[in-house]
Ligand binder design. Structure first.
Ligand code: FE2
Ligand code: FE2
Length: 168
């Protein structure tokens, strides 16, 4: 992992990571034993690696800020509660409502958060940053869920370690 990339990443999201509400994402399990905060950090870091390695021009700051907040729904989706019974279909909207309430978001960040569950949610992303997070979120979620495969476990370690480095 290039240190320069992590420094840039941290610079983009530092103010968000300093808030109690974003820190609280670390108490909710996302997949396996990975918390929502670790997952969201991983999605942002991998998204940044993806666009830089492929030379995709984009708004990097919006890309990683949107990625950090894409699952900002702030509850444990494993608990059986009526208000998040349809989590897969509803949490992108909940995350967008929460993020809009708590932070100033630009249109790219809103698109990333609100559209990250396409095609489960009908409206597709309208900017390339949102397409990147949509793809990388699926990739990371798969890694986190099927981590028994050795290669995938190795990649998962990279995500978690990068997440921990920044989160602590
Ligand atoms: Fe999500
Ligand atoms: Fe996610």
């Amino acid at each position: 992992m290039r240190e320069e990339l992590l420094i840039d990443y941290y610079d983009y999201v530092k103010d968000l990571l300093d808030t109690e509400s974003v820190k609280s994402m670390n108490q909710f399990i996302q997949h396996g034993n990975i918390t929502c905060l670790q997952h969201s950090l991983g999605v942002g870091i991998f998204s940044l690696i993806f666009v830089r390695n492929l030379g995709i021009p984009c708004n990097e700051r919006a890309l990683v800020r949107g990625a950090l907040l894409h699952d900002y729904f702030l509850y444990d989706w494993h608990e059986k509660e009526d208000n998040h019974k349809w989590h897969g279909f509803t949490h992108a909207k909940t995350a967008l409502n929460n993020a809009t309430r708590d932070f100033e978001l630009n249109h790219i960040e809103k698109d990333i958060i609100g559209k990250h569950m396409w095609p489960l949610n009908i409206m597709p992303p309208t900017c390339r940053e949102a397409w990147v997070v949509n793809i990388i979120d699926t990739y990371c979620s798969t890694l986190e869920t099927v981590s028994r495969i050795p290669l995938l476990r190795f990649l998962e370690e990279i995500i978690i370690n990068a997440g921990k480095t920044i989160a602590i």
